[in-house]
Design a protein around this ligand. Structure first.
Ligand SMILES: NCc1[nH]cc(CCC(=O)O)c1CC(=O)O
Length: 313
């Protein structure tokens, strides 16, 4: 059957988001050569706003304009980083997450102009990060380092680091730097047991309208079942904890060689002094995410997550 059709893909206009869309375009060209892709990029409030994201309602600041274009029928498919999709509310009514792409590297990394590793940094080194999860784990492992708030996309953060004014190093995602062709800036990929990643790290999701069966089928043909399972376990846990952009929640689901699904999740106090840590395995991702969330709640995660977060870096 011919696939011949136009597919309009909506995306943020950051270099990383545009690179992510090109990955989808390439995958579609390989699998559905009769599909013509048109990219419609747009600025989001999260990209424009340089203050604290919480003032804009958190992570939704990177998705709401693109979601609105999808619901209005101006685009047919949207590519999001799962990490940027709010975990404390459902997908916009009338849309579905139709496919998760094969997972990229999930690690965070240090970017240091002189090529140092994180354990080599002297006390007081200024680390640019805006992720509460990273700040809490910095405090846990390297309390002598100084997290400093930073906003903007990965390219603008690298430029801010290069001026040398406010930051001595950055914490960023390995996968993000690779997508924008800046992998050579990585000086230390940090192992996932030390710096547990964000929920959905390294994973892209294809979102479309619920009633658009043609686009849903196209998207599903690009999906990776393992990424779907791992993301479902992580986001089930996040949803039950009602995690948001100010939640110091870290998690990583992994498919073991024997096929079992494991989920390791942490809730850390911002000062790094309290760490709740759970690691379980199960066959079903929803059962696994639910069980890990329940275990974290039994350990006191609710009280930890309800603590006010002032001036998150
Ligand atoms: N808003 C930050 C963000 N959201 C998604 C990515 C790319 C990495 C990924 O998909 O996990 C990044 C950049 C970063 O954390 O350095």
């Amino acid at each position: 059957m011919s696939d011949s059709r136009l597919l309009r893909i909506g995306t943020r206009n950051s270099p990383m988001a545009l690179a992510q869309v090109e990955r989808v375009r390439t995958m579609l060209a390989d699998r559905h050569p009769d599909v013509t892709v048109e990219v419609m990029s747009m600025s989001t409030s999260g990209d424009r706003w340089q203050g604290d994201l919480a003032a804009l309602g958190g992570k939704g600041a990177f998705t709401k304009e693109v979601d609105a274009a999808l619901l209005a029928g101006n685009v047919d498919l949207v590519v999001h980083c799962v990490k940027d999709v709010p975990g404390d509310r459902p997908a916009p009514a009338g849309t579905v997450m139709a496919a998760y792409l094969a997972r990229d590297d999930v690690r965070d990394c240090l970017v240091h102009p002189a090529g140092l590793r994180i354990e080599q940094l002297p006390a007081g080194t200024r680390i640019g990060t805006s992720a509460v999860r990273r700040v809490a784990q910095l405090a846990l492992h390297w309390p002598h380092l100084a997290p400093v708030a930073i906003r903007g996309n990965a390219n603008s953060r690298l430029a801010k680091l290069d001026t040398g004014d406010r930051y001595d190093a950055l914490l960023l995602a390995v996968s993000g730097l690779r997508r924008i062709g800046q992998a050579d800036r990585i000086t230390h990929p940090i192992d996932v047991d030390t710096m547990v990643p964000a929920v959905g790290s390294g994973t892209l999701v294809l979102q479309c309208r619920e009633d658009d069966t043609g686009t849903r089928d196209l998207a599903a043909s690009l999906g990776d079942p393992q990424a779907q399972q791992e993301t479902t376990a992580e986001r089930t846990m996040l949803h039950i904890l009602q995690g948001n952009c100010h939640s110091p929640i870290a998690a990583l689901a992994r498919t073991e060689p024997d096929g079992r699904l494991g989920l390791r999740a942490r809730v850390i106090s911002l000062d790094g002094k309290t760490v709740l840590d759970v690691h379980e395995w199960a066959a079903d991702p929803i059962t696994l995410g639910t069980s890990v969330a329940a275990a974290l709640l039994r350990q006191g995660a609710r009280d930890l997550l309800d603590l006010p977060v002032h001036g998150a870096a």
